[in-house]
Design a protein around this ligand. Structure first.
Ligand SMILES: [Zn+2]
Length: 258
């Protein structure tokens, strides 16, 4: 019946009118397809935001620890510069650089405050315990802890990366980061990464972790450089590149095993 009505209707329409109607229908179909695609895009975007996931593909979680904080300034260097402040700034730059590469980067210390409770009797111990607990809970691909160095001889300078003595993966990560820091910061007397068995975080934390000392706040030139945003960014980019290099080797080893 419907076919008959439609046929009779179209039978009375002039060929030109038929063409116009056909074009209109085609245009309408096109417009509806575009609307549907827009709706799908907006809904998936909304969904991604609600679940807290970035629109870019998340390749995995990396934790960034800024050494010290709150009542503990760390090294107080030349010109009164506080290690805790430099650490946090580099950590934030590093988080941005890693997120640009598609990784989820989380800061263990997000602001000036330490991770201890105000009424805690041993703030330093509680602070370190909380950092380790967060690493245990989050199970990141790896963790880097940002620090600055100090020495009685003011001439000593340059970045240095530490890893736990028995961690093969930690040693590989440290080698990658150390090389990138030496190149990017154009270090005159480059150091090599160093094993350590006494630093609290290296001893007590789970998974792969490096302590990255980006420079000496007791060296005049380095202390001045580390205060600038440009140098902080350079340090962060070098650490980011080292991490990416390390993760690539992990990926290659995995493929070879399979
Ligand atoms: Zn420190």
């Amino acid at each position: 019946m419907l076919r008959y009505i439609l046929y009779s209707y179209f039978a009375y329409i002039e060929p030109n009118e038929k063409k116009v109607m056909y074009m209109k229908k085609k245009w309408l179909k096109g417009a509806m397809t575009i609307c549907m695609l827009c709706a799908v895009y907006l809904l998936s975007r909304e969904g991604a935001m609600l679940t807290g996931k970035s629109i870019t593909e998340e390749k995995g979680l990396i934790l960034i620890d800024s050494g010290h904080g709150g009542i503990d300034p760390g090294v107080v260097g030349i010109g009164g510069v506080k290690e805790k402040d430099i650490n946090l700034k580099i950590a934030k730059e590093l988080a941005g650089a890693l997120e640009k590469k598609g990784y989820k980067a989380v800061l263990i210390r997000k602001d000036d405050n330490g991770l201890y409770d105000a009424e805690s009797k041993n703030k330093k111990v509680q602070d370190m315990q909380k950092r380790c607990a967060m690493i245990k809970e989050e199970k990141p691909l790896l963790t880097v802890s940002i620090h600055q160095n100090s020495y009685q001889d003011e001439a000593v300078c340059g970045p240095q990366v530490f890893y736990y003595k028995d961690s093969l993966e930690g040693a590989n990560l440290a080698k990658c980061i150390q090389e990138e820091l030496n190149n990017r910061l154009q270090v005159e007397k480059p150091r090599t990464e160093k094993a350590n068995s006494t630093y609290y975080l290296l001893k007590r934390s789970e998974g792969v972790l490096n302590i990255v000392e980006t420079g000496f706040l007791t060296n005049k030139k380095e202390a001045e450089l580390l205060r600038t945003k440009e140098y902080q960014k350079k340090c962060a980019e070098a650490i980011c590149n080292g991490i990416l290099k390390f993760l690539k080797t992990v990926e290659i080893n995995k493929t070879n095993v399979v």
